[in-house]
Design a protein around this ligand. Sequence first.
Ligand SMILES: Cc1ncc(C[n+]2csc(CCOP(=O)(O)OP(=O)(O)O)c2C)c(N)n1
Ligand SMILES: CC(=O)[C@@H](O)[C@H](O)COP(=O)(O)O
Ligand SMILES: [Mg+2]
Length: 641
Amino acid sequence: MTLLTRIRGPRDLDTLSPEQLVKLAAEIRTFLVDAVSKTGGHLGPNLGVVELTIALHRVFDSPSDRILWDTGHQSYVHKLLTGRQDFSRLKMKGGLSGYPSQAESDHDVIENSHASTVLGWADGIAKANEVLGKDDHVVAVIGDGALTGGMAWEALNNIAAAKDRPLVIVVNDNERSYAPTIGGLANHLATLRTTDGYERFLARGKDLLGRTPVVGKPLYETLHGAKKGLKDFIAPQGMFEDLGLKYVGPIDGHDLEALESALARAKRFNGPVIIHCLTEKGRGYQPALQDEADRFHAVGKIHPDTGLPIASSGLDWTSVFGEEMVKLGEERPDVVAITAAMLQPVGLEKFAKAFPDRVYDVGIAEQHGAASAAGLATGGVHPVFAVYATFLNRAFDQVLMDVALHRCGVTFVLDRAGITGTDGASHNGMWDMSILQVVPGLRIAAPRDADQVRAQLREAVSVDDAPTVVRFSKGAVGPAVKAVGRIGGMDVLREPGTDTPDVLLVSVGALAPMCLEIAGLLDQQGISTTVVDPRWVKPVDEALVPLADRHRVVVTVEDGIRTGGVGAAVAQALRDANVDVPLRDFGIPPRFLDHASRAELLTEIGLTAPDIARQVTGLVSRLDGRFDESAETESAEPVRD
Ligand SMILES: Cc1ncc(C[n+]2csc(CCOP(=O)(O)OP(=O)(O)O)c2C)c(N)n1
Ligand SMILES: CC(=O)[C@@H](O)[C@H](O)COP(=O)(O)O
Ligand SMILES: [Mg+2]
């Protein structure tokens, strides 16, 4: 029986002595390394918040007091202390989410993994408490990386204005996002970090002066009484104080006593207060062989003792992009790159090494990244903004009104496009082909394999008067899919074998192998199919409508939301041309998908070859006047509304 197994809820922490709390922290670290090395997950961030989370749950009374986590990837310890200690299926279907989950616990609030939102939430909950006369506390934990996001400063501006509205902000400062956090804010935090902590100075002063004869005691009280002046003396006026926020720190984020003391003081403070905690990402984990540059921010399954990955994923989409970017960088001195604090995850590490002066890490600031890209293009260079598809959502207006309206030649490379799965609903890159459909002039490429990534990236950066998008999936690249012909701008992947084909199957991006499998299954039903890959899915290829007119049915298959997606755009093009051919569009339902593997989710939403072939067979049978009930069964869609 370990101390950890005795903790069934936060109040069980109250029974532990200081020595037991230190032991508990050690047990939690051992648990995290053992569990997360088996499942994969955010090992580093959680190793860094063990003491902080214990102290938070001892000082505050969750769930009546709200403890909110920015991005939520560092909430494993919070889960362990709030009754969730089965990590055997972490991030897997039916197992614990890798982020807070209201369905899992009343202790959880913010489920989405998009950074920099926690202060907005906290501001709102604090206002609601005020309206309802509730004196519950609100605590927001935000990382130094998330603090570089613009939303955080919009919220701080509001929070600082309400001097009598209690709100505790814990800055979890481990100096890194994936890599070291960039920018003026990071520099300012570094200054504060090096300042002799107010608490430490007082403690040292008390100790030093307390030891001197009587004269020492009054002097200490005098100093303590003049703490404002003292603070000015020992800590430069930080911008937080300039904003009107009480600043407490820096606090050693691994010293339980110091943490509890600071949090208890903040709890009594009748206004917004910032606790600046210094933590170490990956603390306590020094595997023999692997010194992860990103301090084990997000690991796959690893050997716990070496830190090395259990399995390599082979050639992945990200690497193909990264390699081609280096070649482009050599050929095109005007090509520059932008990342939002994710240089390595988006594949720009090699480009940065080759061209250190032509890559910009803007912090977790996608909106700024997009607006800055408009400036870069206007200034005469061609920016390639590499970003996860889901994170571009928040920069939609900048793409529309800064980049597209001004016809800027900017290329957005969207990694993790389509269903990613295990990081939960907010990480699926499922919205880009829908929301970007409405951007005038913007073109979208969906490469189907490695060769097409290389080719379409080059086509994209050759466009200097409009935004271009190249979107591809997460993980290993699928097999090369060769074209057998070309119609307009579209690659023909499979000829129908007849002059009067039944189905035109429009295959989008990485789903090409599945679309060829669908055509094979239809073949077995005597249904002839032409498979085309439009390559550029926006705008709809001019040759697609006349081609559709030569078929009985059009089918589109995309790894994106159906609503407003490629299928919808093709349907509109057919309507605009008065081509009356039935169309069935297959894609992701417009709902949030609970965490599971990509394969499990594709199966659950019916985005598989057998499911689609069955539905298309039913459609064609109906056209032939034969209706086969078994042919069309609604696919299970256990997704959350
Ligand atoms: C809008 C957005 N952009 C990018 C990411 C990817 N991301 C996840 S965690 C992380 C780093 C967060 O750094 P920090 O806030 O300091 O937390 P730490 O991991 O250091 O605890 C990033 C960039 C994200 N979750 N949300
Ligand atoms: C929390 C966050 O947004 C990232 O750390 C993300 O989880 C990484 O996703 P990948 O594992 O797909 O790179
Ligand atoms: Mg950090």
